[in-house]
Write a protein that binds this ligand. Sequence first.
Ligand code: GUN
Length: 295
Amino acid sequence: MGAKIISGTEVARAIRAELKQEVAELQAKHGVTPGLVTILVGDDPASQSYVAAKNKTAKELGVYSEQITLPVDTSEAELLQLVEKCNRNAKINGILVQLPLPKHINEAKVLYAIDPNKDVDGFHPVNVGKMVLGQQCFLPCTPHGILELLKRSGINTTGAEVVIVGRSNIVGKPIANLMLQKREAGNATITLCHTRTRDLAAHTRRADIIIAAAGTPNMLSAEMVKDGVVVIDVGVNRIGTSASGKAILAGDVDFTAVKEKASWITPVPGGVGPMTITMLMKNTVWAAARAAGIS
Ligand code: GUN
């Protein structure tokens, strides 16, 4: 069997077209322009390219965006002050502090400082708590993007055995929570595997859907999956640099081998990645509408 490819690039394009329309309407009917600030501390090349992509997409959709880059030795107090300033800035509806932060800055303290109404990453404990309770809130962008990919590909998750590999706060824990809820792309039976799981392959082999978010290149091999499995690859592993200086990316899945057994699979790049940025834009547009009392 050859798997059908779930193109995040195409799904993201469709959602961005919807968002562009929404942004134009917000402007025309209500005089509202959604605004996003991205804050990057340091010069990590991967973070730089993510932040640049977020700002580029914002501009394409008509979202006002500010990109603030701070030196790596910025103090925690300085960063907290900047977050406070953005909290008070009415032009800014969404605040994104790119992670990871340098070691001398307490990440939790910074995320707590962001106004939950501007927390378009969905990382503030208020939003995490609401998400777990199934209440309306900003959903974290990568898990939200995965739900949209499953939904728009017509993949039935009800009663499905879903095995998630990786227990991060950004992907593993939230996607586990979301997919067990009574919601679209939910109602699944969840197994959350991690580095201390005793027999990973025993779990992945019985999965109807595998979400690979371990951060280990080619972690999931063909021997570890059953025929007809749906595979969502969240891995973005930089395994080298091309002659032209571009990063060479590999997912967490041995794509070439696993696609022969799977029914659906996401590629890397062009799978989950474009969806993460798109859901950030969706959250920002919603934040603006909410701030204006429209939604
Ligand atoms: N670093 C890796 N992924 C993310 C993300 O979704 N948001 C932020 N702020 N930082 C990240």
